[in-house]
Design a protein around this ligand. Structure first.
Ligand code: GLP
Length: 236
């Protein structure tokens, strides 16, 4: 636990740097959202200062909306380019995001799972947490062995993400890596900052594994670290 969100960002950014320094071929699982903004900002600063090479790294987005205009600035693909990869010597083709504009979404999901497998699996999975305990966009009720699939978004998630949207409505559906997919990653960092996350963090830490709070599934993971600031941790 850290005192401030800035210290959390610093820690997580350094963890990503260490991971890539140890293995230039790292497969990184990348979440989006406000918590991640601060982390990616810090990470880019450090990585640029260290002149690190990301050309061999692969990155896999944890989720993507369905129904946005192609190239929409609200899409997670655009977000990840802007906040992260456009600022590094990253190979753009090495960013994998579910292609939600294709008609055969089931094939898109199966292909995404195969892309992760063929790359050798995810080495480090970064995760934020939704107010209702979602990870990726695995909303309450998601099965612990769920795979990459189409999901409906709850009104809690749509409301919470609304402030990040410009000119489009928050979609009703998305593609997300499943809980089972996430659990197969070699290491996970679950990050939460700020008082708004205190209640859900408390429910995850003190509760048993329960699909009503999807993030509790991470308790089954062998190598998970929860990274919190004191505000998010205050009800534990
Ligand atoms: C969003 C994202 C998640 C993210 C979570 C928390 O819906 N799809 O990947 O972890 O909600 O977001 P924030 O950090 O903005 O609270």
């Amino acid at each position: 636990m850290f005192n401030t969100a800035a210290e959390v960002s610093n820690f997580v950014a350094e963890e990503i740097i260490k991971q890539v320094a140890d293995n230039a071929n790292t497969n990184l699982g990348v979440a989006t959202g406000r918590t991640m903004d601060a982390i990616y900002h810090k990470f880019v600063q450090l990585a640029v200062a260290k002149k690190m090479d990301f050309s061999k790294m692969k990155a896999f987005a944890v989720d993507e909306y369905i129904g946005l205009a192609k190239g929409s600035r609200n899409s997670y693909e655009r977000y990840l380019h802007l906040h992260l990869f456009d600022q590094l010597n990253f190979t753009p083709e090495n960013l994998f995001v579910p292609e939600t504009h294709l008609n055969d979404v089931d094939k898109v999901c199966a292909d995404y799972e195969n892309a992760i497998k063929s790359a050798g699996g995810i080495d480090l999975q970064l995760l934020g947490i939704g107010l209702n305990g979602h990870i990726g966009l695995n909303e309450p009720g998601s099965a612990i062995d769920s795979r990459t699939r189409v999901v409906g978004l709850t009104s809690s998630t749509r409301n919470s993400n609304k402030v990040l949207f410009r000119s489009e409505e928050v979609p009703l559906t998305a593609v997300t890596m499943g809980i089972g997919t996430i659990l197969e990653s070699k290491r996970c960092l679950l990050v939460a900052t700020g008082e708004t996350k205190a209640d859900i963090v408390q429910r995850v830490v003190n509760g048993d594994i329960n699909s009503k709070v999807p993030a509790t599934a991470l308790k089954q993971h062998q190598n998970i670290l929860m990274v919190l600031d004191k505000h998010a941790a205050k009800l534990i």
